[in-house]
Ligand binder design. Sequence first.
Ligand SMILES: *[C@@H]1O[C@H](CO)[C@@H](O)[C@H](O)[C@H]1NC(C)=O
Ligand SMILES: *[C@@H]1O[C@H](CO)[C@@H](O)[C@H](O)[C@H]1NC(C)=O
Ligand SMILES: *[C@@H]1O[C@H](CO)[C@@H](O)[C@H](O)[C@H]1NC(C)=O
Ligand SMILES: *[C@@H]1O[C@H](CO)[C@@H](O)[C@H](O)[C@H]1NC(C)=O
Ligand SMILES: *[C@@H]1O[C@H](CO)[C@@H](O)[C@H](O)[C@H]1NC(C)=O
Ligand SMILES: *[C@@H]1O[C@H](CO)[C@@H](O)[C@H](O)[C@H]1NC(C)=O
Ligand SMILES: *[C@@H]1O[C@H](CO)[C@@H](O)[C@H](O)[C@H]1NC(C)=O
Ligand SMILES: *[C@@H]1O[C@H](CO)[C@@H](O)[C@H](O)[C@H]1NC(C)=O
Ligand SMILES: *[C@@H]1O[C@H](CO)[C@@H](O)[C@H](O)[C@H]1NC(C)=O
Length: 341
Amino acid sequence: MVSQDSEKQFQAEQIETRQQYAKPGFGQKAKRHCSRFWWLHLIIFCVIFLIVALCLVYVGMPKIAQNGVDESWMEVTDLKFLEPTSNSVVLTQEVILHSPSIFTPTLDPFTAASWLVTNGTFGPTPMLMIPMPKIHALHPVSNAGVQNVNLSIASLEQVTEYSTAIISQESVTTALTGKTKLHEGKLPVVDINYNSSSTYKGLNGLKGFNVTGVRLNSSAKAGEPNLKGFAYIPNPSVITVALGNVTLTLSTVKAGVVGNTTINDMTLVPGNNTLPMTGIVDQVLIASSLNSTGWVTLSIKGQSAIYNGQHLTYYEAPLKSNVLSLDMNIVQVLADSTSSS
Ligand SMILES: *[C@@H]1O[C@H](CO)[C@@H](O)[C@H](O)[C@H]1NC(C)=O
Ligand SMILES: *[C@@H]1O[C@H](CO)[C@@H](O)[C@H](O)[C@H]1NC(C)=O
Ligand SMILES: *[C@@H]1O[C@H](CO)[C@@H](O)[C@H](O)[C@H]1NC(C)=O
Ligand SMILES: *[C@@H]1O[C@H](CO)[C@@H](O)[C@H](O)[C@H]1NC(C)=O
Ligand SMILES: *[C@@H]1O[C@H](CO)[C@@H](O)[C@H](O)[C@H]1NC(C)=O
Ligand SMILES: *[C@@H]1O[C@H](CO)[C@@H](O)[C@H](O)[C@H]1NC(C)=O
Ligand SMILES: *[C@@H]1O[C@H](CO)[C@@H](O)[C@H](O)[C@H]1NC(C)=O
Ligand SMILES: *[C@@H]1O[C@H](CO)[C@@H](O)[C@H](O)[C@H]1NC(C)=O
Ligand SMILES: *[C@@H]1O[C@H](CO)[C@@H](O)[C@H](O)[C@H]1NC(C)=O
């Protein structure tokens, strides 16, 4: 009993001493734990790292990719509308794709809806559906585009609004939207929404329109062209547009309609256009509209745009609404006409 008691006492003392002199701090405890369970920590670290990495790739990457696509923008460098019919047009559009993202992803081909954007608001329906080729976006810029694609007009109303904007406005905004897949190296393929608008110059109301070299032929028979000359049309945009055979109505305030002129195969290209025109004018009505110094102010309004026998209503509407005014020195025209014939 005694020895048992003393042993217990000794043990208690020992414990007491240990507690007193070797009380391990939290740091020491942790250190010991770490040195014993380092492998557990390594595994936990690896698992967390993997989860973060996977989250970045599968959750962050689509966001990063979408942001990259959203931040990219197109600069239109060439836009051609050729070989039109009453419900189709052959489009060429070259753009410089600006991509601030450091990534250089590839977008799969997709069908983009092309929208007219007026004062920041999308039109109610797309104008055209454009088959976009595969795009490899480089940093900071790359080229993209479509060449000579024959598109049927998706909305005649929207295309009419668009050509009205192009002809009458200083600048036009259109947008391309669609869904496609994005590839970036070995990273998983990402579904993205493409929605990018671009603003470019329009024809600005054909400002600067003029006629030069006008000659009147007073011996021309009735119904035969008795006027010829050149229409001068500056085109400040990058747009090329084939309007067909365009007939314009000429009128004066005093006499009303005094005649018409036709520009055959009227294709406007970027820069200054000088196009031959012929016309039939009623010289009596014009003479009655002259002011005392021999000038007449002509109002020139689109009447028709016909391509291979088909009326292009989507060009006729803007040409009808964009009325041009031109002061013409008829005395000078008559003097020029007699001196050159
Ligand atoms: C767009 O804004 C301009 C001026 O800010 C205005 O003249 C024009 O009527 C607006 N167009 C539409 C369709 O709201
Ligand atoms: C474009 O396609 C339309 C039919 O959608 C056709 O009538 C037209 O002739 C085609 N244009 C050209 C230039 O091939
Ligand atoms: C594209 O984005 C504009 C806003 O920037 C939005 O109004 C429009 O509805 C979007 N269109 C599509 C098809 O996502
Ligand atoms: C039109 O051209 C004539 C020369 O042919 C020039 O005298 C006239 O100033 C021009 N008018 C306009 C509005 O530019
Ligand atoms: C004027 O018209 C007549 C009759 O059509 C034609 O014979 C003549 O060559 C024309 N003159 C000019 C300068 O075009
Ligand atoms: C131009 O006017 C003449 C005479 O008024 C007319 O005979 C002719 O049909 C008109 N041309 C066009 C294309 O409308
Ligand atoms: C168009 O003509 C104007 C003046 O007539 C001139 O200042 C301008 O440089 C010309 N533009 C081109 C692209 O030739
Ligand atoms: C006749 O019209 C021209 C062009 O509009 C103008 O420059 C001229 O001053 C006018 N002459 C008279 C006498 O009103
Ligand atoms: C324009 O009219 C001329 C003569 O009538 C014709 O030969 C030509 O094919 C027409 N051009 C177009 C693009 O329709």
